[in-house]
Ligand binder design. Structure first.
Ligand code: C2E
Ligand code: MG
Ligand code: MG
Ligand code: MG
Length: 292
């Protein structure tokens, strides 16, 4: 490999090689940043919804709103790609507010009053006035607070303890639900579970993936479920892809399940279309059946 050879044998060449890569990366990021600035205005941000189902009978309990950037040149861009950039630039504040408002607005029109999950960035969560924003969006859209599930990750919890606690309590006082997302992947300790007012724990997909082959993963899931039950929280398993996984989770007492086995995230237009068909046909959840 020529680049590696240069890097090894020529000090200057090495520096230049790295420099041009970094330069290119910076240029690419700048462009994304620039375009992201206009993405809201241009209507390029869209929400996809993925069902969360009851482990008992697979009825839909709610949906999680997942952000997508419908970019004219790049296609559907994953949040994993642009959320870090949005966080570094502060663009996550208007984007996060857009997601919250949009999800609440669309949820009001969904039949059967399902729950609606919205992911929060730690940056957005710590922004002064965040609780007021949630309050305002609820008032403005008329969504019942108990239908909203705010999903935060463990990274929020390692920040300022008092401030985090105050924000979580204020949100809880609004009547919304708080879910601890991707549980088990961060640096949190179990003591956080009793310090903060969580309503739900979402077990990370990585544990579900390993469940079948690894007794330790199975034991971890089982422990999380009984701990949650003791603390009066519900548990959702994410990334459920097979009936075998669903069956195991059901047996362990996991309340709700989410994953491709029950439904992939679908654009809001498709969700509304399917739900309308369902209503007119008066059938029970054909949506789930046709995604299996
Ligand atoms: P998350 O909140 O843990 O969301 C679950 C992710 O797993 C989603 O990826 C979903 O499409 C994917 N998933 C669900 N079921 C399955 C399955 O059975 N198999 C596989 N392989 N994947 C499955 P997505 O939509 O790419 O989102 C990735 C992450 O980006 C989310 O993880 C969340 O942390 C973040 N994110 C998404 N939307 C937003 C948003 O509006 N705001 C913020 N701050 N973050 C968001
Ligand atoms: Mg989530
Ligand atoms: Mg998750
Ligand atoms: Mg996850």
């Amino acid at each position: 490999d020529m680049a590696l050879y240069k890097a090894k044998h020529l000090g200057r060449g090495r520096a230049l090689t790295y420099f041009s890569n970094i330069e290119e990366e910076i240029r690419n990021r700048r462009q994304i940043e620039e375009e992201l600035r206009f993405a809201i205005e241009l209507g390029q941000l869209v929400l996809a919804y993925q069902p969360v189902v009851s482990s008992k009978d697979a009825t839909v309990l709610g949906y999680e709103a997942l952000l997508r950037w419908d970019h004219p040149g790049r296609g559907l861009v994953s949040p994993a790609e642009f959320i870090p950039i949005a966080e570094e630039t502060g663009l996550i504040i208007p984007i996060g507010e857009w997601v919250l408002r949009r999800a609440c607005l669309q949820a009001v029109d969904l039949p059967g009053e399902p729950g609606i999950g919205v992911n929060l960035s730690p940056v957005q969560f710590m922004e002064p006035g965040f609780v007021e924003t949630v309050k305002a969006v609820l008032a403005e859209t008329g969504l019942k607070p108990e239908r909203l599930v705010l999903e935060i990750t463990e990274s929020v919890l390692i920040q300022d303890f008092r401030q985090t606690g105050a924000i979580l309590n204020a949100l809880s006082d609004l009547g919304v639900n708080i879910a601890l997302d991707d549980f088990g992947t961060g640096y949190s300790s179990l003591s956080y579970l009793r310090l903060y007012p969580f309503d739900r724990i979402k077990i990370d997909k990585s544990f579900v993936d390993e469940m079948a082959g690894r007794p330790d993963s199975l034991a971890i899931i089982s422990t999380i479920i009984s701990l949650a039950q003791t603390l009066g929280m519900t548990v959702t398993a994410e990334g459920v892809e097979t009936e075998a996984q669903a069956e195991l989770l059901r047996k362990m007492g996991c309340d709700s399940l989410q994953g491709y086995h029950f439904g992939r995230p679908v654009r809001s237009e498709e969700l509304f279309r399917v739900l309308e068909d369902e209503e007119t046909q008066k059938r029970v959840t054909p949506y789930l059946v046709h995604h299996q």
